[in-house]
Design a protein around this ligand. Structure first.
Ligand code: BTN
Length: 242
């Protein structure tokens, strides 16, 4: 995939910006249009959450393209993006893991979040916007956020554009496995937090301990408790307590 990269000093949200310009650009399979910014005035997280980031310190980017997957396997795009972030961090000697569905953790703290928004018409994804917020050089976070950054982990400072280039490179590598779902699924599972033992989860009306046994192509999380009962959860139906 080719990437056409634009930098803008300030935006409301890189995802929202791409949605606004979507009708003026040709959304293609082999080319993605990337935008990154120093500051978002209305950065968006999953659901109704907001994404806060100090000016000029972190990677705030989104890209739009037409993915080669059908709507019923759309979670594969999240898996690819998560693996690209894991590899990008490994490139800088930072060991990270994936917190289902869309977070990246280092030492049980959040270092990155992914916001994917697909436009589906009939049985096709006509465009996919992948937004990534990666904490790079920010040194301090509100403790309630339980967040960290590359700088907090290594005490180094990084060039944001270089971090973006490496991320897109890693994305391309994993995207080339799109037809090899078994490889993507197994590498994703290996990098997933919570597969090696029992952790605490909170569902609508319950706290319980469970272990992850699978995440399928729709993104459904399969958990098993200590009595060998299996449970399935969609987004927002369950939360890992870390
Ligand atoms: C989450 O963890 O809830 C997802 C966070 C995604 C944040 C990124 S920052 C760049 C892009 N633009 C947005 O408004 N959100 C995503």
């Amino acid at each position: 995939m080719l990437f056409e990269i634009t930098h803008l000093d300030e935006l409301d949200s890189t995802n929202e910006y791409l949605k606004r310009i979507e009708s003026n650009i040709a959304v293609e399979e082999q080319k993605a249009y990337v935008v990154y910014t120093d500051y978002q005035t209305n950065g968006r997280g999953a659901g109704t959450n907001k994404w806060f980031s100090n000016k000029g310190e972190n990677l705030l980017c989104s890209f739009i393209f037409k993915p080669k997957v059908s709507p019923n396997e759309q979670f594969i795009i999240s898996k690819i993006t998560s693996l690209a972030l894991i590899d990008l961090l490994a490139h800088f000697n930072i060991k990270a893991s994936i917190k289902w569905p869309n977070d990246i953790l280092v030492n049980k703290k959040k270092i990155a979040g992914i916001l994917i928004e697909n436009s589906i018409v009939a049985t096709q994804i006509i465009s996919c916007i992948i937004g990534v917020g990666l904490n790079v050089n920010q040194a301090f976070f509100d403790p309630v956020l339980n967040a960290t950054s590359m700088h907090c982990q290594t005490k180094q400072n990084y060039n944001i554009r270089n971090v973006l280039d490496i991320f897109l490179n890693k994305f391309n590598t994993w995207y080339s496995y799109i037809e090899h779902k078994n490889i993507l699924n197994s590498v994703y599972f290996k990098n997933l937090f919570g597969t090696d033992g029992f952790y605490q989860y909170k569902s609508k009306n319950d706290f319980f301990e469970a272990k992850i046994v699978d995440v399928d192509e729709q993104g459904t999380l399969k958990l098993r408790d200590e009595n060998n009962n299996e449970f399935e959860f969609k987004f927002k139906e369950v939360e890992l307590i870390i």
